[in-house]
Design a protein around this ligand. Structure first.
Ligand code: SF4
Length: 474
């Protein structure tokens, strides 16, 4: 009998990418063979995102497209897994009745077992549980970089966010197992490891906290670069800042979602910090690591947001000088606390106008910060080709910024030294730098507008600015 084939389509955040990689490993062990195309697959899996309505609509559109395959090959199975599957459950069948299996994030790894007992009746499993993925071997997209999920779920219930409802409460993976998995990844050739969690810095394993886990991975494995996403400001500790200052494997970049510069709006969002607290932590972070890149998420037009509140967000951007930001306008998300408790009372055109003003400001800040990169050198991990030109390679600087340069494809997966020649708001353009060396001595970036917190010195990450509404970029 020929081997059954599967194809995975993934939407959403890095957690979903990591989940798809784990599911691919589990299916491989169950005897399934991966196919690059859905056309010859016996099983098509759509791993979905629920953070924004647009993400759900895109997934539903794609699932609808699969109807043509189902007509030709009625024996194939279509499985919808992940956050949208959890949120809608059986209701999903009203929109896409040709789906065979619906599995929430905690049940998707049971897919091979569910397939064994599958009848013609749709299988729907959305109960929360404690998935055991300790022995799973993910099938990764790239051999030189990997994700490692250290926590699942979230306890925070920010009022705009659906994640705690679809991902459940926080669960932390065992640190010994995580270290062992990181060792195995390093032995497989992984250079850069990104630790993942919806609220990654709330990680705990007994007395071991998140900085402790980073230090263990740094000292007990051959991984060369460590990143993480996304931390919550309320769990940003001095120990984590100290770890950034002391641990050379920990890359100088933090994506720290601010969400609003107004304390009143932060309260409405159930974000348990004041802007004053956030800026103080940024100041400490930049004192400890002057060249750290700082990026953020923000929502404008949240219910009750006034022009005065929005001005506070603009002032926060002027003061902090983020390297870049994901910027969204609010739109109601069914099932969230904000949708249940707060009227969506900021007119749409006002939201758009505020978003445009904020994007304009951030573009100027990103441009000024990127100009400061000219002439600098960075040890950069080459991760592939430029989207537009396969003669151009792209890499990620320590600050997480995208740098493009002309080079041979044999450099993909290697760390090279690049010198920055040109820069716009989103991208650095560079050349291979022959001399050995790393950073040139760091100066202090002087913002053209606003005040500045701490010694802001270093590079940005290419972050698409976005008009979509929704939660934290996960
Ligand atoms: S925005 Fe982040 S921290 Fe807040 S509830 Fe959603 S996942 Fe949790």
């Amino acid at each position: 009998m020929s081997q059954k084939k599967y194809h995975i389509i993934t939407y959403g955040c890095q957690m979903n990418v990591a989940d798809s990689e784990t599911l691919a490993g589990i299916l491989g062990e169950a005897g399934y063979q991966r196919s690059p195309t859905e056309d010859d697959s016996d099983l098509i899996i759509v791993n979905t995102c629920s953070v924004r309505e647009k993400a759900e609509e895109r997934a539903i559109g794609r699932i609808n497209d699969l109807r043509r395959l189902k007509k030709v090959r009625p024996d194939m199975n279509i499985a919808v897994v992940g956050c949208m599957a959890q949120r809608l459950g059986e209701r999903l069948l009203e929109r896409v009745p040709h789906v065979d299996i619906i599995l929430g994030p905690d049940r998707m790894f049971d897919l091979p077992e569910i397939l064994k007992q599958k009848t013609h009746v749709p299988e729907i499993h959305t109960a929360f549980g404690h998935e055991n993925l300790d022995d799973a071997t993910p099938v990764r997209e790239t051999p030189f970089s990997a994700y490692l999920t250290i926590t699942r779920g979230c306890n925070n219930f920010c009022t705009f966010c659906i994640v705690p409802f679809v991902r459940g409460r926080e669960r932390y993976h065992d640190s010994d197992i995580l270290v062992r998995q990181a060792q195995n990844l390093a032995a497989d050739g992984v250079i850069e490891l990104t630790l993942l969690g919806q609220n990654v810095n709330s990680y705990r394993d007994g007395a071991l906290d998140f900085p402790g886990l980073i230090r263990r991975i740094a000292s007990e494995t051959d991984i060369k670069r460590i990143r993480y996403t996304s931390p919550h400001p309320k769990d940003l500790t001095l120990r984590l800042i100290q770890t950034h200052a002391e641990e050379p494997k920990l890359m100088p970049h933090m994506h720290l979602p601010l969400q609003s510069g107004s304390d009143r709006v932060l309260y409405k969002m159930a974000r348990p910090y004041l802007y004053k607290h956030y800026r103080n932590m940024v100041k400490k972070l930049r004192e400890a690591v002057p060249h750290i890149a700082l990026t953020t998420d923000v929502i404008v037009g949240f219910p009750t947001e006034t022009e005065n509140d929005f001005q506070k967000t603009l002032a926060a951007f002027e003061e902090i000088q983020f390297d870049s930001a994901f910027m969204f306008h609010y739109s109601e998300r069914e099932g969230t606390r904000a949708a249940n408790e707060l009227a969506d009372d900021v007119p749409h055109d006002v939201k758009i106008e505020r978003l445009e003003r904020l994007i304009e400001l951030q573009k100027k800040i990103s441009y000024a910060k990127n100009q400061f990169e000219l002439g600098r050198t960075h040890e950069t991990l080459v991760d592939g080709y430029s989207r537009r030109d396969r003669n151009i390679l792209k890499g990620k600087t320590p600050g997480g910024k995208t740098a493009l340069f002309a080079g041979n494809s044999s450099l993909i997966g290697k760390i090279v030294t690049l010198r920055i020649l040109q820069a716009d708001s989103w991208t650095l353009h560079a050349e291979l730098y022959q001399k050995q060396g790393g950073y040139r001595p760091l100066g202090v970036f002087r913002p053209q507008t606003g005040a500045q917190i701490g010694p802001v010195t270093s590079p940005a990450i290419r972050q698409p600015v976005s008009r979509a509404a929704g939660g934290e970029r996960q």
